[in-house]
Write a protein that binds this ligand. Structure first.
Ligand code: SIN
Ligand code: FE
Length: 291
């Protein structure tokens, strides 16, 4: 399987032909990166000043927007209002794009955060687990998903024509086959305890336990990082790409200035649930992984 499928899409809002919508949903759910080389998120001349790390408050690496307010930014009131408007416009355009490309998802689409990443891809992460230059699937220790999908729309808005360089890895099922034998069951009572202590938002299901261990184990495996199946992907300035980041093995190697919109999708929204990480892992382990 080619890890990338290219779509000649040039506008954020369009009545796409059904054949294109069908191609898009099949490629996405099969774990391909949907690459839209001719769709750019454009900044107004006044907004280009936001392409600088100076707007970060220095505490968090991204500036984020939750549909109401921005976090992680600094500036005067008027600057922050304009920065927020730029990020909110991206959120809105990404929502139109996803809705027009995947109409089946619309009734189920959950809106996650929008993030603006003004820093160069980090040279030194604080720990290997946080190092997104290592191949991984997205899984977050404090946020159990219970199998809900993580759909992300990315836009490279670099003003100097610099690509964002990613690596993408093997299909999710091969990865799961590779690492499942090493992953031990959670300690009885640990999901209840982490929820009670506020370590997780809600109970960590066995699915979340496995996803998190896949994430950590592959990031710790330097031999896999170096010699595992993978391919480099140059995502040029002025392009968009869309992935299920809980399914596509990815690593960000270099680049600066990107916008990203997260959506959450329940399994019921999918055209084909069988390729979802939850279904793949349940098939491989032979048991239900979400209570
Ligand atoms: C990631 O989602 O792992 C990083 C994506 C990026 O910064 O390009
Ligand atoms: Fe990631």
């Amino acid at each position: 399987m080619n890890p990338v499928q290219t779509f000649e899409i040039t506008s954020w809002e369009e009545a796409f032909p059904p054949a294109l919508q069908n191609d898009a949903i099949c490629s996405l759910e099969n774990g391909q990166v949907l690459f839209l080389p001719h769709l750019a998120f454009t900044l107004s001349p006044q907004e280009t000043r936001f392409l600088s790390p100076q707007w970060s408050d220095g505490k968090s690496k991204n500036i984020s927007y939750d549909g109401k307010a921005i976090k992680g930014a600094q500036g005067n009131e008027s600057d922050l209002a304009q920065l927020k408007a730029m990020i909110a416009r991206f959120a809105s355009q990404a929502t139109h794009l996803v809705s027009d490309l995947f109409p089946e998802y619309v009734p189920h689409l959950g809106h996650g955060r929008t993030s603006f990443r003004p820093f160069e891809v980090e040279q030194r992460a604080s720990s290997y687990k946080k190092d997104d230059k290592r191949l991984h699937v997205d899984a977050f220790p404090s946020r159990p998903t219970h199998g809900e999908r993580i759909l992300r729309v990315f836009a490279n808005i670099n003003p100097d024509n610099r690509p964002r360089i990613w690596r993408v890895g093997e299909p999710f099922e091969s990865l799961a086959n590779h690492y499942l034998p090493q992953i031990k069951s959670p300690f009885p009572g640990s999901a209840w305890m982490m929820d009670k202590l506020g370590i997780t938002k809600g109970r960590r299901s066995e699915y979340d336990h496995i996803m998190l261990h896949l994430h950590d184990t592959m990031k710790a495996d330097l031999d896999y990082q170096k010699n595992g199946p993978q391919q480099e992907l140059a995502l040029p300035a002025g392009c968009v790409w869309i992935v299920f980041s809980d399914q596509v093995l990815h690593a960000a190697m270099s680049g600066q200035y990107m916008l990203e919109q997260t959506f959450h999708l329940p399994l019921a929204a999918l055209h084909n649930q069988q390729t979802a990480p939850l279904k793949v892992l349940e098939r491989l382990t032979g048991r239900p992984l979400v209570a």
